[in-house]
Design a protein around this ligand. Sequence first.
Ligand SMILES: *[C@@H]1O[C@H](CO)[C@@H](O)[C@H](O)[C@H]1NC(C)=O
Ligand SMILES: *[C@@H]1O[C@H](CO)[C@@H](O)[C@H](O)[C@H]1NC(C)=O
Ligand SMILES: *[C@@H]1O[C@H](CO)[C@@H](O)[C@H](O)[C@H]1NC(C)=O
Ligand SMILES: *[C@@H]1O[C@H](CO)[C@@H](O)[C@H](O)[C@H]1NC(C)=O
Ligand SMILES: *[C@@H]1O[C@H](CO)[C@@H](O)[C@H](O)[C@H]1NC(C)=O
Length: 494
Amino acid sequence: MFRTLASTVLALAACAGAKWIVPGARWYDTDGNLFNAHAGGLCVDQETGKFYWFGEYKVQGQVEGGGISVYSSDDLATWTSHGLALTPIENHTYVSNHNRIQRPKVIYSEETGEYHMWWHADDDSYSWLLQGLATSPNIAGPYTFVSATSPLGNWSQDFGAFTDYKSGRSYALYSNGDRVEGRDVYLSRFNENLTAVEEVTYRFPKYDFEAPTIIQTEKSYFALMSHKTGYRPNNVVALRADNLEGPWSQPFFVSPAYTRTFSTQSGFSWRIAGSKKTTYLYMADQWDLNSLWESRNVWLPIEIDERDGSLEVVWHDIYDLNVKTGEWKPIKGKTYISKHAELSGQAYLQEASFASGNRIATGIYGNDSKVTFTVDGQGTDQWVSFYHQNIDDMGFGDQPQGQPDRINGTWQLRRISSVIVNGDEENVHTLYQKDTHKGIILSTPLLLPLKEGKNTITVGGLYNGFDYKGADLDRIVVYPPEGGRNKGKRFWWW
Ligand SMILES: *[C@@H]1O[C@H](CO)[C@@H](O)[C@H](O)[C@H]1NC(C)=O
Ligand SMILES: *[C@@H]1O[C@H](CO)[C@@H](O)[C@H](O)[C@H]1NC(C)=O
Ligand SMILES: *[C@@H]1O[C@H](CO)[C@@H](O)[C@H](O)[C@H]1NC(C)=O
Ligand SMILES: *[C@@H]1O[C@H](CO)[C@@H](O)[C@H](O)[C@H]1NC(C)=O
Ligand SMILES: *[C@@H]1O[C@H](CO)[C@@H](O)[C@H](O)[C@H]1NC(C)=O
C-alpha cells in the first residue's frame, strides 16, 4: 500500500512538470527507496531509447559484494528500479559476494545482439586486477557471467568504457593498478563484437590516475580522471586530444582548485545531442567513506571551450535538464546570509574575507549554539542548500595539503548538523557537511517542508562520532517548489 501510493504520487508529479537534478542530495527511485547505484554508467535501450543506469549496489554495513543494480529513466531525473542486473552467486570464483564487482559499464553489441556488461573484477585484496564480462539479451538483465580476463596481459583496476559516436567503436579505460610497474591509465579498443579488448590505443603513462571517463565533442576528446586518494575526493583532471591515439594535452583541473571537484570523484560522463543544444554531463560519485552506502551522486553540466581546449565542471545546486532538446537551466533561489541570521549560545560571526558579507557563522555546536534563518516559504517541500566550510581535514595520508583542524587528533571527513524547521524538534533533518579546504565553501541540499509565509530554519550540531560541532555556515539558498504547480506534499513519507 505504502509503495503503491508513493509511486502513484511520484508518477503524478513526474507528469506535472520536469523533475530537477539536485547534485549531492539523497535521490529516491519511484518506489521511494534510495537510488542505490554507485560508480555507475549509462546505456540506452536499443528499442525504447530509455536510459538505464548501472552501478554498485551497497547496503548499510556492506561495503562490497552487493552486485550491480539497474534503474531506468526517460529524463535522467526520475528513476525506476529494476532490481539487480548482476546478482552475486554464492561461491562463484568471480562474482560471489566476496569478490570485487566494481565500476560496471554496459554497451550494446550489434554483432551478438546482446548487452555486454564490463567491470573491474577482483578478489577481496585487489590481487587479480581483471575485467569481468557478463551478457544479457535484455538491457535490465539478468546478466550471465561470461569471463574475467586480463586485457592483453595487463592489469586492469578502475574501469571505464566509452563509445566514439563518429566511428561507432567502443573502448575500455582502465588504470593498471597502484604498483610501481603500473600507475598508467590504458585506453584500449574493444573488438567489433565487444567480447574482448583487442588493441591498446593510448597509454596515459605514470600519472597514477584512476576513475577514467571520456567525453567526445565535435572536435575533441577529453579524458577525465581523478588522482588516487581512495574514497576521498581530490581535484579531478582532464586531458584533451584531437585523436584518441594522441597526442594528449597536459592534465588540468576541471573545477576550481581546492574544491576537490565539489567533493567528488569522476567515473562517468555523457553527451546529450539534443535537438537544440549538445550538453555534456559529469556523472560523479560523492563518496562517504564513513558509510559508503550513503554516498551521493553528483551530476553536473560540463562547459567546454573548443577555442582553447578548456573544460570546466560547473556547480549548480539545482538544474532543470531537458534530455530531448539538450537544454538545461540552473534554478534560481533566494539567498539568506549568516551575517543576517540570528545566533544563539556560543555560535558567533567571525570575519572571513571569503564569506558572504565578510562574515561566517562559526561555533555551531549541539543543541545550544545555533544559527536561525527566517525565510519565505510556499507551503510545500522545497530544496534548501546549505553553504558551509569544514576544515577538520585538509590532507590525505602522506600528501597533506595543509594543517588539519583535527578533532582530538583524528582525521574527520564530515561534520553533521541538525536542521529544524519552524521549531519542529520531532523532525530533525540531518545535514552532512563534508570537509573542505580553508576558505572553500561548498553546499549540501536538503528537501524541507516549508509553510506559506515566514519560516525559521535552525542549524545546530549533531554527533559525528567524535563531536557535536556543526560546520561553519556562510549562507543558505531557498529554491522554489519543484515542478512549479505541484503544491501537494509530494514526498510526504520523508
Ligand atoms: C559454498 O561453500 C561453502 C563452504 O565450502 C559450502 O558450505 C556451501 O554449501 C557452498 N554453497 C553453495 C551454494 O555451493
Ligand atoms: C602491459 O604492461 C606493461 C607494464 O606496464 C607494459 O610494458 C606493456 O607494454 C603492457 N602491454 C600492453 C599490451 O599494453
Ligand atoms: C567475437 O569476435 C571474435 C573475433 O574477433 C571471435 O573470435 C569470437 O568468437 C566472437 N564472439 C562472439 C560471441 O561473437
Ligand atoms: C541534544 O538534545 C538531544 C535530545 O534532547 C539529546 O539527546 C542530546 O544529547 C543533546 N545533545 C547535546 C550535545 O547537548
Ligand atoms: C578527546 O580527548 C580527551 C583526552 O584524551 C578525552 O577525554 C575526550 O573524551 C576526547 N573527546 C572525544 C570527543 O573523543
